[in-house]
Design a binder for this molecule. Structure first.
Ligand code: AMP
Length: 387
């Protein structure tokens, strides 16, 4: 007989074992935050020698549909969280019979599919990018009429960092793009003319407490996050409205855990939600140094039903990503960045650098976010011989 999962009023105290599905850098930094608070972390994923496995107290290397391995894993943990949203439903449903899964499977179910995600946003009364659901060729023609061009066609499932997306400027291009997606269910989105992209992290505990971090200003290159900074002067007037939206969504989800809400601030000054990720987010990495409570500690606190921390900023900061592209001419010059004592280097323990692969990041604290950004970009340039 499976043990009954603990009730939402239970507090999971330090000394307990926290499970995590997925073993990338988000899990690694979660495990490090959990260890500092005196928890043990047991990671479950199909990958050996993973970024999380290298730092966790225990690792199970098994497939996400290995029911026996999942049951054994469940018996060793007090609660389980996820570091990526595309964990197969079977894994989450199996674990939920034995331990609390936070955030719950229903949250993963919504965000695993862009159509469900958009419907959720609409039902919560939150503005999002203009869209049309595409499941037939006729819907393409309708979207061309109602939304027009330029637009972007996104596969409903399994897309991330711009994968499974195509810019479209004509119905012919849209038809070809949908063919290329194998005519899979998709979303046609109007291209948003935005001044800024930003994110807000929201945590909600099983007891219903809410706390936010942000807004974090984000710059993308080729659809992949490049730079995040906090606080950004252009976002200050929108912070309260964005926080309200984030809290509204967390409450609508009955969220237990941490969630990142990605926004566009349009040129007309409107806030549109682009995406929801029910986990820590790349844009929140700088909270490790810049905020009273990091996003990873907040995830630990939220899933354990502890009092939540605060996103209060200690000092302005910027983070730049280190992608595998930096390894093109050999090992980057680490000593050139470590020579600047204000640069914090984070590497994720990945052994194979590939273009576009997130290998690490740099965080810099400074008097302003703009100064921190400049210093972080200069530090990254030095990795490959720039001055
Ligand atoms: P996504 O995978 O939907 O988060 O898209 C990745 C990035 O592509 C976003 O962070 C934006 O930089 C850009 N993008 C996606 N959709 C749109 C859109 N409808 N309008 C403008 N930019 C977009």
């Amino acid at each position: 007989m499976p043990a009954a999962p603990s009730s939402c009023s239970d507090v999971i105290l330090p000394g307990a074992t926290l499970g995590i599905l997925g073993s990338g850098q988000l899990g690694r930094m979660f495990a490090q935050a959990a260890a500092r608070l005196g928890y043990r972390v047991h990671v479950y994923s199909p990958d050996a020698d993973s970024p999380t496995g290298q730092v966790a107290a225990a690792a199970t290397v098994a497939a996400y549909d290995d029911i026996a391995a999942l049951q054994k894993f469940a018996a060793s943990i007090d609660v389980v969280t996820l570091e990526f949203e595309n964990v197969p439903t079977t894994a989450v449903e199996t674990l939920a019979q034995f331990v609390p899964v936070r955030p719950a499977g229903r949250v993963q179910h919504v965000v695993q599919n862009r159509v469900r995600e958009k419907r959720f946003l609409v039902a919560a009364g939150v503005s999002c990018t203009p869209f049309v659901e595409i499941s037939t060729g006729a819907a393409l023609a309708e979207a061309a009429d109602s939304i027009g061009f330029p637009s972007v066609l996104k596969t409903a499932e399994s897309g991330y960092d711009g994968k499974g997306q195509a810019h479209i400027n004509s119905l012919e291009e849209a038809t070809a793009a949908w063919q290329a997606l194998g005519q899979a269910p998709a979303i046609w989105e109007g291209w948003v003319d935005y001044q800024r992209e930003f994110s807000v992290l929201v945590a909600r505990s099983p007891a219903g407490a809410l706390a936010v971090h942000g807004p974090l200003a984000n710059d993308h290159v080729h659809h992949i996050l490049d730079v995040s900074a906090i606080p950004h002067p252009a976002l200050a007037p929108h912070a309260a409205a964005a926080e309200e939206i984030a809290c509204r969504l967390a409450t609508a989800f009955d969220l237990e855990g941490l969630c990142c809400i990605e926004f566009f601030l349009t040129t007309a000054g409107e806030l549109l939600v682009n995406e929801i990720a029910p986990r820590p987010h790349n844009s929140g990495h700088l909270t490790l140094e810049a905020c009273q409570t990091s996003q990873f500690e907040q995830q630990v606190r939220a899933i354990c039903n502890l009092p939540l921390g605060t996103g209060e900023i200690i000092q302005p900061a910027a983070m730049v990503n280190l992608l595998g592209d930096l390894w093109q001419s050999g090992e980057p010059a680490w000593e050139a960045v470590l020579a600047d004592p204000r640069v914090r280097l984070h590497l994720y323990g990945k052994t194979t650098p590939r273009p576009g692969r997130k290998m690490g990041h740099l965080t810099v604290l400074a008097e302003t976010a703009a100064a921190a950004t400049q210093r972080a970009l200069a530090a990254r340039a030095r990795l490959t011989g720039g001055s």
